[in-house]
Write a protein that binds this ligand. Structure first.
Ligand code: ATP
Ligand code: MG
Length: 251
């Protein structure tokens, strides 16, 4: 278990403009180590942009991102990954022609190589063990040798999260991981996320309110780039502003 109460991530006045559009508008955000925070909000609220700013895929127009007390604003993506933040995108992002094992191995060996540039090209035991551990974490241990393109959509999403885990992040950013899954896949992935949240800090963007209420103890609501509410599931579901802008337009 990670320590509760210590701030792992904060943003100060974080802003992203696309031309005249302010997608993320002066967001002040704080996340404690060990938290599973849900971010909800209507389409176009700026949720994905917010995660892209944290992970370095986009550079902010204004404001700061502080991770573990260090200013990481504007650093390139790979450096932010190395510091311990991983992002799983809204769309599945895997190498379809490689196996489950190979997909996860790519990230895992980069991590090891970084520590020891003389690691040989074959799969040394510690990397194999790491890959197997990740496959277990995402429930794909029995499918390690399957080619990714042959997996069901739900298993591809699990693999996508496995790839994010391969860089050993302490903060995992999940952008709508449950979207488009069957009821069974949805239940499986919800359980995987719940298990992961015991050892990782997680930000979860999710439209399905039932899943959010099941997983998160604290919810942040974005609308038109601004945080309009933050609190427990009960506080959020009773918040009139939230009902107006989000629940009223629920998909
Ligand atoms: N690269 C871009 N260039 C221009 N505008 C963009 C870009 N990315 C996002 N936007 C705009 O910024 C706003 C916020 O988009 P964003 O994708 O962050 O919303 P979201 O909350 O993730 O929505 P959804 O629930 O549909 O995924 C939208 O109006 C979107 O059209
Ligand atoms: Mg989005």
């Amino acid at each position: 278990m990670t320590a509760q109460g210590k701030v792992i991530l904060e943003t100060h006045g974080l802003t992203k403009r696309f031309g005249g559009l302010v997608a993320v508008d002066h967001v002040d955000f704080k996340l404690e180590e060990g938290e599973l925070r849900a971010i909800i909000g209507p389409n176009g609220a700026g949720k994905s942009t917010f995660l892209n700013l944290i992970s370095g895929r986009l550079k902010p127009t204004e404001g700061k991102v502080i991770f573990k007390g260090e200013d990481i604003t504007g650093l390139p993506c790979h450096e932010i990954t190395r510091k311990g933040i991983a992002l799983s995108l809204q769309l599945v992002n895997i190498f379809p022609e490689l196996t489950v094992f190979e997909n996860i191995w790519i990230g895992a060996q980069m991590r090891f190589k970084h520590r020891n540039p003389f690691v040989k090209a074959e799969t040394p035991a510690p990397i194999r063990a790491k890959v197997e551990e990740i496959c277990k974490m995402v429930g794909l241990y029995d499918k390690m040798d399957e080619v990714a393109s042959n997996l069901s959509h739900g298993d591809q999403k699990l693999l996508d999260i496995g790839i994010a885990l391969s860089t050993e992040p302490s903060l995992l950013l999940l952008d709508e991981p449950l979207a488009g899954l069957s009821r069974k896949e949805f239940a499986e992935l919800t359980e995987v996320i719940r298990e992961l949240s015991k050892s990782k800090t997680i930000i979860l963007i999710e439209h399905n309110i039932d899943a959010v209420l099941k997983l998160a103890r604290k919810i942040t609501v974005l609308d038109r780039g601004k945080v309009i509410a933050e609190g427990s599931p009960v506080e959020i579901s009773e918040n009139v502003k939230v009902q107006e802008v989000y629940l009223g337009r629920r998909r």
